[in-house]
Write a protein that binds this ligand. Structure first.
Ligand code: KIV
Length: 276
């Protein structure tokens, strides 16, 4: 059976989980970016981005908050729906925002909203051992899940800020253990944020699902960045892992293409973007 999109006859078939698995297995780096609206979605599609995340980072880059905590399910559904309208090829993932997955039933109901109302193909949740039963429950209902480990922005008020995670031996071991447990619970993709290179590589080597990194070194199966960071729209101090791709480019489309090229050739991230 063909999907409506395939029936439109594009020579670039939509990216599926199977495509991402194949890319991982064959060593082709996955190029991912966040996106929050239809106009940028069209541009990311044209630039051949593989995976697009409607991240709850929209609370900071779109809404002007200091953290992602104020973002609600209604905000996520609104932006996911807008992005879905602009996308054809990339795999669309949407974040479950703060406190929208505190029980398996709540996580399921909100994932269904992101998929049915928003058009997402996968949901992402900030995960650790406490979320294992939630990931298992969603996977048991055939919902594709991305588990986000390392720096978890929804927990900043508890953890005390946006800091590199997993530098101490016990913290690194916990992240590695959680990654394996989340994979066993049914997570289809892992996202690692702000951890040392070696830990990013160790987790990637230990699991059999694609691992997308942001500030997790070059050893991951793919890279993701906040779109406004790589286009140099974000003001103020930027995280170490950010590279301004507008430099040397005359348009946002050229910059996103440069990002995709640099991820695919593994020229990005360089040593200056990594943590030890
Ligand atoms: O919300 C977001 O944009 C994210 C990225 C940091 C990957 O989770």
């Amino acid at each position: 059976m063909y999907t409506q999109l395939q029936l439109r006859g594009s020579s670039r078939p939509p990216v599926t989980l199977a495509t991402l698995d194949k890319m991982r297995a064959e060593g082709e780096a996955i190029a991912a970016l966040t996106c929050y609206d239809a106009s940028f979605a069209v541009l990311l599609d044209e630039a051949d981005v593989d995976l697009v995340l409607v991240g709850d980072s929209l609370g900071m880059v779109i809404q002007g908050h200091d953290t992602t905590v104020p973002v609600t399910m209604d905000h996520m559904v609104y932006h996911t729906r807008a992005v879905a309208r602009g996308l054809y090829r990339p795999f669309l993932v949407a974040d479950l925002p703060f406190m929208s997955y505190s029980s398996p039933e709540q996580a399921l109901a909100n994932s269904v909203r992101l998929m049915q109302e928003g058009g997402a193909r996968m949901v992402k949740l900030e995960s650790g051992s406490e979320q294992l039963r939630i990931v298992e429950f969603l996977a048991g209902h055939d919902i594709a899940v991305c588990a986000h480990l390392g720096l978890k922005p929804q927990s900043v008020h508890k953890t005390g800020g946006f800091r590199v995670q997993g530098r101490q031996k016990d913290a690194a071991e916990r992240i590695q253990r959680e990654a394996l447990d989340l994979e066993s619970a049914g997570a289809d993709i892992l996202l690692l944020e702000c951890i040392p290179n070696e830990l990013g590589k160790a987790v990637t080597d230990a699991v059999s699902v694609p691992v997308i990194g942001i500030g997790a070194g070059p050893g991951a199966s793919g890279q993701i960045q906040v779109l406004y960071d790589i286009l140099d729209i974000t003001s103020g101090r930027k995280p170490k892992f950010v590279r301004n791709f507008m430099q040397g480019c005359d348009s946002p489309l050229a910059a996103v293409k440069a990002y995709v090229g640099a991820v695919k050739s593994r020229e990005y991230p360089g040593p200056e973007h990594c943590f030890s």
